[in-house]
Design a binder for this molecule. Structure first.
Ligand SMILES: NC(=O)c1ccc[n+]([C@@H]2O[C@H](COP(=O)([O-])OP(=O)(O)OC[C@H]3O[C@@H](n4cnc5c(N)ncnc54)[C@H](OP(=O)(O)O)[C@@H]3O)[C@@H](O)[C@H]2O)c1
Length: 298
């Protein structure tokens, strides 16, 4: 069994991005600028934004965070989005989800200009991704694809089973791996809470991607011998053994499943760090106008 070490790989990719940014700087080019909007004080969102900032600093990408209290109105948040859309100094921005209940997330996401939507959540980017056109691909699916590619895991002709059909993980990764591309060319089965005979489907997977949000749900009897297992899940549980008093669990029971796998991602240190570098990659692509030939940089 080989561990798919997202921590190590993401650090390597951050070094590659840093070299790219150093070159841009030495040539007097535009330094990519990523902005995150953070509303309220959700612990997981704060951590994600902090990690993103750290990764930006490490690579030389300019990073800003706009913080708002949880009682900001939808109208005021929309006007912040409009300001960033029109700010020629900003290459890409994200609105960290979830937003408070009184704000309609979809309405906010749809107001982000697709050429600055480095999270790849706007319907235009999702539509373009689905059609195989150039698009910002949302960070977690992109991170998973990068992990598979860099570890030379063959996806062509393989049966990929995805557990979970969310718009940010399960559905896009199932679309991407089904496309005529590399990584891709897989035969994909997308499972969800209404799937019947789940165990018999997962046990036929060459590559099993799990994004449920149910700690240690996948056990060895659900996995084929020699399978590749990608665990996206992150559940924070109390722990007496860590300094913080918390530990993170994946959706896969690692100790039970790992001996059966050819490759498996740990949690933490698997998909999580790859998600961050995918966002950085999209930001650099935005600044270089690789996806859209837009005008925000004169
Ligand atoms: N590592 C990272 O960077 C990263 C990024 C994003 C998310 N995550 C983590 O990944 C997990 C999933 O996140 P998400 O946003 O994709 O979750 P989500 O929106 O809550 O979706 C969960 C999906 O799992 C399905 N599901 C739930 N219970 C099931 C069961 N018993 N059998 C089969 N399917 C079941 C649901 O089916 P229905 O559609 O039928 O309800 C739904 O499609 C969470 O732990 C989250 O924290 C990690």
């Amino acid at each position: 069994m080989e561990k798919l070490d997202g921590k190590k790989l993401s650090s390597q990719i951050k070094n590659e991005i840093k070299q790219d940014i150093d070159k841009i700087r030495s040539e007097g080019g535009n330094i990519p600028h990523l902005v995150a909007i953070l509303v309220g004080h959700d612990g997981a969102s704060e951590t994600y934004v902090r990690n993103k900032e750290k990764a930006c600093i490490k690579t030389g990408i300019k990073s800003s965070v706009l913080r708002f209290e949880a009682d900001i109105s939808e109208k005021d948040l929309l006007s912040e989005v409009a300001k960033l859309n029109n700010d020629s100094d900003v290459d890409g921005f994200i609105v960290q989800l979830p937003l408070p209940d009184h704000i309609n997330e979809q309405r906010i996401v749809e107001k982000i200009k697709p050429d600055k939507d480095v999270d790849g959540f706007h319907p235009v980017n999702i539509g373009r991704m689905t059609l195989g056109m150039p698009a910002y691909i949302s960070a977690t699916p992109f991170g998973i694809l990068t992990l598979l590619k860099r570890y030379n895991i063959k996806t062509e002709g393989k049966h990929v089973v995805v557990l979970g059909r969310s718009n940010i993980v399960g559905r896009p990764v199932s679309i991407l791996l089904g496309q005529k591309a590399t990584p891709g060319n897989s035969t994909v089965t997308l499972c969800h809470s209404r799937t019947e005979n789940l165990k018999s489907i997962t046990a036929s997977a060459d590559i099993l991607i799990v994004a449920l949000g149910k700690a240690e749900y996948v056990t060895a009897d659900m996995v084929k011998q020699g399978a590749v297992v990608i665990d996206v899940g992150i559940t924070r549980v109390k722990s007496g053994k860590t300094k913080s008093g918390w530990k993170l669990l994946g959706d896969v029971n690692f100790d039970d499943v790992a001996p059966k796998c050819s490759h498996i991602t740990p949690v933490p240190g698997g998909v999580g760090p790859m998600t961050i570098v995918a966002l950085l990659h999209n930001t650099v692509a935005a600044s270089k106008q690789e996806i859209y030939k837009h005008q925000h940089r004169p």
